[in-house]
Design a protein around this ligand. Sequence first.
Ligand code: NAD
Ligand code: MN
Length: 364
Amino acid sequence: MKEFKIAVIAGDGIGVEVMEEALHVLNVLQDYEKDLVLHMEKLPWGSDYYLENGSMMPDDGLDILKKFDAILFGAIGDARVPDDVTIWELIMPIRKQFQQYVNFRPVKSLEGIKSPLSNVDNIDFVIFRENAEGEYSNSGGRMFDSQSSELAIQNTIMTRKGIERITKAASDYAVKNGKKKVTSATKSNAVIHAMKLWDECVKQTVLIDFPELQLESVYIDALVAYLVQRPHTFEVVVASNLFGDILSDLGSAIVGGLGLSPSANINPEKKFPSMFEPVHGSAPDIAGKGIANPIAQVWSAALMLDHLGRKDLSTKIIKAIEEVLSEGKVKTADIGGNATTKQMGAVIVEKIKDQYINEKMETP
Ligand code: NAD
Ligand code: MN
């Protein structure tokens, strides 16, 4: 029997609402799987915590988290707290301290969900976004100079080690999942020194360590156009922090929107816990109404189980989500229906239970 300690940080707004449904799904799986034990501990960190205590998490928050096998995260963001506080005092320290340098975001067409693109074939690719360095750095600042009076400098920091390890993670995934091609997002045609290093390191890593893979390097501006024109031609996309951020929102949009998009922040070495969270934020415009789509959060829990070595259970959850969507009877507002968060959670749970019942009937 394998026991896992899971830290549950629901956060703010709809984070709290969608997390309830993810926990519901995990608890049902535990009921059926006698050899699965999840010790789930809810940590009340987020904006309410900040308003009470003056910080998004306790001083020893990261030490507390270190003892868990994984972190299931909802969303944060609250009108009463500046966004840079919520993000830089909770999500960023977790990603950085725990060396979660891989941000993994699957982009997959779902039956029953109409893409805003016309005439697209099956879309099924994954984005590996570099999650620890790059364009999102603290280096630089705003200042005054005599000529222009005010200016800002933003430094991009890319390291050979950082580029090689994200490329390796993307390529490992490609090989393990029978993919043939890795696409690297670049902008080395402009005078961006960091992107020249990016190209060189990506190329060397794939050529030397993964000769069986085909590597294509595509300028980011062309790549966004291709993702609209022929998204089905991509398999694995590896991108820097900023490019990966932008590509993943586009990816989410072409397969049905934020309510459906999960993500994983992974420390591949498993030295530290990894964190699983929907791509979306706390959605203040619909928070408290009970109408948020819980699928992105439930799917994030599926990615977590996969990471913990239970791909079988992850597959069960994703299959249940696909069935619910293809039937199209229960839909939340974001995908054109009027079901509540709870109703959507309940029907996913029902589909999971059906899978166990069917398995039992097949193996008497
Ligand atoms: P958002 O993702 O919260 O919302 C964007 C739009 O998508 C809104 O119209 C919202 O209603 C809709 N939406 C998002 N998730 C949905 C779901 N599950 N079901 C149905 N509709 C959904 O992004 P935003 O409005 O730009 O940001 C709101 C707050 O969230 C801000 O404070 C921002 O900083 C924060 N944020 C946090 C994270 C995170 O926790 N990782 C990520 C993005 C934004
Ligand atoms: Mn983003």
